[in-house]
Design a protein around this ligand. Structure first.
Ligand SMILES: [Fe+2]
Length: 304
């Protein structure tokens, strides 16, 4: 009797801009992995020119997630002003806002917290009709190591699917629901027993919406897989039970190691990413330490 292989090798894959970063006039860019992500240095977000902001958005389009170092002096009003230069700044309804700044949610993990907020693979608020195109986190405090944010390039995830499966899924939609994930908690108190982030449980506002399984990025024109285990309830026209075998296969594929990178935090750094073409994941590997981020989202278009 022969052995049955329990693994497959991932064929070589990369995201081309990682190997050919543009030269920018206003900052330097250091790509992180062959899949996505870059460190950015040399820009002050509170005083950047329009030309510098346009270059930054180009770098974000190319590298999908950026860790912009050296923003220790970025005040909450300056962070909001920066966000507004990128689009409409939405107000996230599921958390108590920072005092005096309704646009900012403070993501706080206290040393004794059990779970990291955002500790499942997801694209932010994809149960909204107009999910955020960008999310940014400004790091007020982070552990000496740990607490990285992981990312997975969903252009690669879509492009690397089996062609027959792609053809089957090309014009299908899936139902994204706010009912899943931490929203399944029974109360604010239950959520707060897991995390110090001031999440506000509002079941009457939990949304469900149908979005394409693969959405087309409005800037690059490339398709990206747009389902995830935190929000996707089922394929449109199928029950959750019918959908799960295929969805589980897609979720596992979406986080193939070769599609990923990790952004490492430093105090004062600001990370920004494009939710339209990547998933992210908050690593929960720093018990006993505090992590504090100021989060703002920039509204995007309805996925097509
Ligand atoms: Fe998130």
């Amino acid at each position: 009797m022969g052995y049955v292989p329990t693994f497959t090798y991932q064929a070589a894959v990369c995201h081309a801009p990682q190997f050919a970063p543009r030269s920018y006039r206003h900052f330097t860019v250091s790509p992180l992995t062959g899949a996505m992500g870059a460190d950015v240095e040399g820009i002050d977000l509170s005083s950047a020119s329009d030309a510098a902001i346009a270059e930054l958005e180009q770098a974000l389009t190319d590298h999908i997630a950026l860790m912009i170092r050296g923003q220790e002096n970025l005040t909450p009003p300056a962070q909001i002003a920066f966000a507004r230069r990128l689009g409409h700044v939405g107000i996230w309804p599921y958390a108590k806002a920072m005092e005096g700044y309704p646009e900012i949610t403070e993501l706080i993990q206290e040393p004794g917290d059990k779970y990291a907020f955002g500790g499942t693979w997801h694209s932010d608020s994809c149960s909204f009709e107009h999910p955020p195109k960008y999310t940014m986190l400004h790091c007020v405090a982070c552990p000496p190591v740990g607490g990285d944010t992981g990312f997975a390039n969903q252009y690669l995830a879509w492009e690397r699917l089996d062609p027959a499966l792609k053809a089957e899924l090309e014009h299908r939609r899936a139902i994204a629901s706010g009912r899943l994930g931490y929203m399944t908690a029974a109360s604010d108190a239950e959520v707060q027993s897991h995390t110090a982030t001031p999440v506000s449980f509002r079941p009457e506002e939990l949304l469900e919406v149908a979005h394409p399984v693969a959405r087309t990025h409005p800037v690059t024109g490339r398709k990206a897989l747009y389902v995830n285990s935190s929000y996707t309830l089922c394929l449109e026209g199928e029950s959750q039970k019918q959908s799960l075998p295929l969805l589980r296969r897609l979720w596992e594929h979406a986080i193939t190691p070769e599609f990923t990178c990790r952004l490492r935090w430093s105090r004062g750094a600001l990370a920004i990413w494009d939710n339209r073409c990547c998933l992210h994941y908050a690593h929960s590997d720093y018990p006993g330490y505090r992590r504090h981020m100021r989060r703002i989202v920039v509204e995007g278009e309805r996925p097509v």
